[in-house]
Ligand binder design. Structure first.
Ligand code: NAP
Length: 271
């Protein structure tokens, strides 16, 4: 929670045309938590939800400067926005963060479980440390944050949980067994939780991106990236805002009859 109060609030009285625009903001009055909101898809999602009128709690782990930048950009959209540092893989840290968010925001209506990491090696070269690290962030981190947020959603009878899975969780991928298992696990997590809370006003869905132009894919060898593009019918990587648009849709009241689904956003790479 180190930088919570360091970014100045810039909410200003809305002019009349602004008020008319805001009347159409589909997430006005909603409060969202985006894990891993400092960079890439998380950053784009923070801004898409804020643009739609949601107040945003932005979690990050290490990149405080990048997170402050996102927070400033969200505040320019005239929503309440603040930063919450935590390593979601550590249960006590995740709970501490959620307590601080609930104190400040009063409740969370939309949870985007976006934070994720890769630690690639082929199976024969993969030791337990890399296996554990990826599962602890991608899967257990999602458990930790969702476990802390969901009771409030159930109590209020409305909620949206949106998990960032991956095409790799649907197809497997050479050299990514830890990551693929974590994302396949998130798909099972999504379907199971969706069944459990379907009658409580809470929907649970996943977005499964293909290969998206973020820091995560910047580390891939050029030949691998060229192969990905060749295998993608659209012939290019996706953009973070193209994933954020799918998350935004699932977060809206209009997506009320969709639950337990995995929405692929992959340029046609897997169909
Ligand atoms: P990215 O650019 O590498 O950003 C990862 C984000 O996760 C950062 O904000 C990082 O925070 C945060 N994070 C990592 N470990 C964390 C932890 N222990 N606790 C809290 N936050 C943590 O990743 P991305 O490409 O935007 O990916 C976002 C999500 O989409 C991930 O779940 C990823 O698996 C999934 N996805 C990505 C792609 C792709 O091609 N990029 C494809 C399919 C699925 P700090 O920077 O502050 O440390």
């Amino acid at each position: 929670m180190s930088v919570v109060d360091q970014v100045p609030e810039t909410r200003q009285p809305a002019s009349q045309p602004q008020q008319q625009r805001e009347a159409h903001k589909v997430l006005q009055g909603k409060k969202a938590l985006i894990t891993g909101g400092s960079r890439g898809i998380g950053r784009a999602t923070v801004l898409a939800l804020a643009e739609a009128g949601a107040d945003v709690a932005i979690n990050y782990q290490r990149c405080g400067d990048a997170a402050e930048d996102v927070c400033r950009a969200a505040r320019k959209l005239e929503v309440h926005a603040n930063l919450f540092q935590a390593d979601i893989a550590r249960e006590a840290d995740a709970q501490r963060m959620v307590n601080a968010i609930l104190d400040e925001f009063g409740g969370i209506d939309i949870l985007v479980n976006n934070a994720g990491i890769t630690r690639d090696k082929t199976f024969l070269k993969m030791g337990r440390a890399l296996w554990d690290e990826v599962l602890e962030v991608n899967l257990t981190g999602t458990f930790n944050v969702t476990r802390a947020i969901l009771p409030g959603m159930v109590e209020r009878g409305w909620g949206r949980v949106i998990n960032l899975a991956s095409i790799v969780g649907q197809t497997g991928n050479f050299g990514q067994i830890n990551y693929a298992v974590s994302k396949g696990g998130l798909i099972a997590f999504t379907m199971t939780l969706a069944r459990e809370v379907a009658r409580r006003g809470v929907t649970v869905n996943a977005v499964a991106p293909g290969f998206i132009d973020t820091d995560m894919t910047k580390g891939m060898p050029e030949a691998a990236l060229a192969a990905v593009q060749a295998m993608t019918p659209m012939g290019r990587l996706g953009r973070p805002d193209e994933i954020a648009a799918a998350v935004l849709f699932l977060a809206t009241p209009q997506a009320s009859y969709i639950t337990g689904q995995v929405l692929p956003v992959n340029g046609g790479m897997y169909m």
